[in-house]
Design a protein around this ligand. Structure first.
Ligand code: SGN
Ligand code: CA
Length: 554
């Protein structure tokens, strides 16, 4: 009781300091006050290995104390997965609660049909005020979703001085750093712009830590002296895994040395090696660029002078990648801290469901890779944390198999809105209640389509249960893979022909067929040979690429 009075006082102080004339209880009117606010925070390509609540050795060297607050206050999901490990398809699945073959978005470059049923639109109709701020990436604008407010990054977005798109038009080169701007705009909307008579649903979507991993100026040297542990399979030979052997997401072969790794041409110059998309660096002001160059100079000079052999260079690239990737997460973690502080100081926290996730997982050198797409663990699995004081037990952990199609029904249920029959996900409330869970799903379905495309990951679909994974790569190949995740968590040993697993494989094949029927997948014959009708974005960049290797000699 005392705590609540204190919070109300804090709220009054904060609000009067900002000259706001609003009720002290800013959760809304008496009619709506029981309905929770929803703050759905998503970053882009955040690996669970890089979120310290998950305890991975990498994250111990680059902790995320503010994200860990959500885990402490609520629940950490250890088995959160996506339906298709790619930005657009994942976002579409989250908005609709449906797989790509139902919501019409299966690979990047398509335009999401916003006229269809989505949870933000349903909440709006049920009396919520809604907003999306940050990365959108499934079309030019969030058309048809009826957001009260939106301010989105253009396409993939830029880290420095990015463009923002609003109802009013495009704001070009907004001074600042994307993660900070998205945070500021979100706080502004929460504090000053939203209709405080209604509960809110805010989608705060960061660009970081997406490629090309440009940290904020204040974090440029944060990890320069840290040596991150190299994954045991960094030099994977891909034996027994045809699709893994033919991908193009290798750190030491496929990263652009200028664009991605910020390697300079020589000690005499700050000129970057191959940069496929120079616009990202061209956005820096002269002053920003000077700070940037100074921060990288010594490390680049040492590298240029070192005369590395191939293996040493591959290891150097891994460290550079990790230093930059993790430094972009520092700003995300600060952002989460600011937002949580705001919710606590205003008393909103008590009635707000806060969710943190990423649109997929990411490789931090496992199999030698960056990027995502494969059904292997590092990319299929995403971090997922949820807090809701009094509703989700603090410090709890779930081992149930959950998927990004589960967000829509979860949010609808928390908001007291009936979950439509055609939603394919399940509400997570039986899990988040902290009670023993009965009859939860025992397996997950996955389907990746984007081939041909960036990084040349072949099409595949498959099934994962608590122990095994079965994958079928198709289209220009016809290959099956099978993994025992208990014995082979790194998925190095394709056991599809191992007689020991004969009955497990047969069972998983039957389960795959069951799931495809259950989720109403079209007949395999209908789509197995289909060639993607790609949007222009992919082709535009592709044409400029020289045929020569991207490794430039200094
Ligand atoms: C960009 C990236 C790719 C990445 C895709 C999809 N290249 O094209 O590496 O796989 O996005 O990412 S970049 O250098 O332009 O960033 S997604 O998160 O949007 O699906
Ligand atoms: Ca992504």
């Amino acid at each position: 009781m005392k705590k609540n009075i204190l919070k109300t006082l804090v709220a009054l102080c904060v609000l009067s300091a900002t000259n706001q004339v609003v009720a002290a209880d800013n959760t809304g009117s008496s009619e709506t006050e029981q309905r929770p606010n929803i703050l759905f925070i998503m970053s882009d390509d955040h690996a669970f290995q890089a979120l310290s609540a998950y305890g991975h050795p990498v994250s111990k060297l680059a902790p995320t104390p503010n994200l860990d607050r959500i885990a402490k206050n609520g629940m950490r999901f250890n088995k959160g997965f996506v339906t298709n490990s790619l930005c657009g398809p994942s976002r579409a699945a989250m908005l609709t609660g449906k797989f790509g073959h139902k919501n019409g978005y299966s690979y990047n470059g398509q335009t999401f049909d916003g006229s269809q049923q989505t949870w933000p639109k349903m909440l709006k109709e049920a009396g919520y005020t809604t907003a999306v701020i940050g990365k959108w990436h499934i079309g030019k604008k969030p058309t048809g979703l009826n957001f009260d407010f939106w301010k989105i990054l253009n396409d993939q977005g830029e880290y420095y001085n990015p463009d923002f798109i609003t109802k009013e038009g495009v704001e070009k080169k907004v001074p600042g750093y994307a993660t900070d701007l998205v945070t500021d705009y979100s706080l502004q909307w929460l504090d000053k712009q939203r209709d405080k008579s209604k509960p809110f649903a805010l989608l705060m979507h960061h660009k970081a830590p997406h490629r090309n991993w440009m940290p904020a100026l204040r974090h440029l040297t944060q990890y320069e002296n840290i040596e991150f542990p190299v994954p045991a399979n960094y030099f994977d030979d891909y034996k027994g895994r045809v699709a893994a052997a033919e991908q193009k997401l290798n750190i030491y072969r496929d990263m652009y040395e200028g664009h991605d790794l910020k390697m300079t041409k020589s000690t005499e110059s700050n000129e970057l090696r191959y940069d496929r998309w120079p616009d990202h660096f061209a956005r820096l002001t002269k002053e920003q660029r000077a700070t940037w160059d100074a921060a990288y100079k010594k490390r680049n000079d040492d590298m240029n002078n070192a005369n590395f052999d191939e293996k040493e260079m591959a290891l150097w690239k891994y460290q550079r990648y990790m230093q930059d990737y993790l430094a972009t997460i520092s700003a995300v973690d600060e952002s989460i801290g600011e937002v949580l502080n705001y919710l606590e100081a205003t008393g909103l926290s008590d009635n707000t469901l806060v969710v943190y996730t990423s649109d997929q997982g990411f490789y931090l050198g496992e199999h030698g890779w960056f990027d995502k797409r494969f059904m292997y663990e590092e990319s299929m699995r995403a971090p997922l944390l949820m807090q809701f004081p009094g509703k989700i037990p603090a410090g709890s952990v779930s081992e149930e198999l959950v998927q990004n199609i589960d967000f829509a029904p979860t949010f609808l249920e928390y908001a007291g809105v009936d979950v439509p029959e055609d939603i394919q996900g399940e509400s997570l409330t039986p899990i988040t209640s902290g009670e023993p869970v009965e009859n939860w799903r025992q397996s997950l379905y996955y389907h990746y389509y984007e081939f041909p495309g960036f990084h040349s990951v072949k099409r595949h679909f498959g099934v994962r249960d608590q122990r095994f994974k079965l994958i079928h790569f198709y289209n220009d190949v016809d290959e099956w893979e099978f993994y025992d995740l208990e014995k082979d968590p790194s998925e190095m040993n394709n056991a599809i022909n191992d007689p020991e697993y004969k009955s497990d494989i047969a069972r998983m094949k039957a389960e795959l067929t069951r799931l495809m029927t259950h989720y109403d997948e079209p007949d395999y014959a209908e789509w197995k040979d289909a060639v993607l009708k790609r949007g222009n974005r992919w082709k535009k960049g592709g044409k400029k690429r020289k045929k020569t290797k991207n490794v430039s000699k200094s």
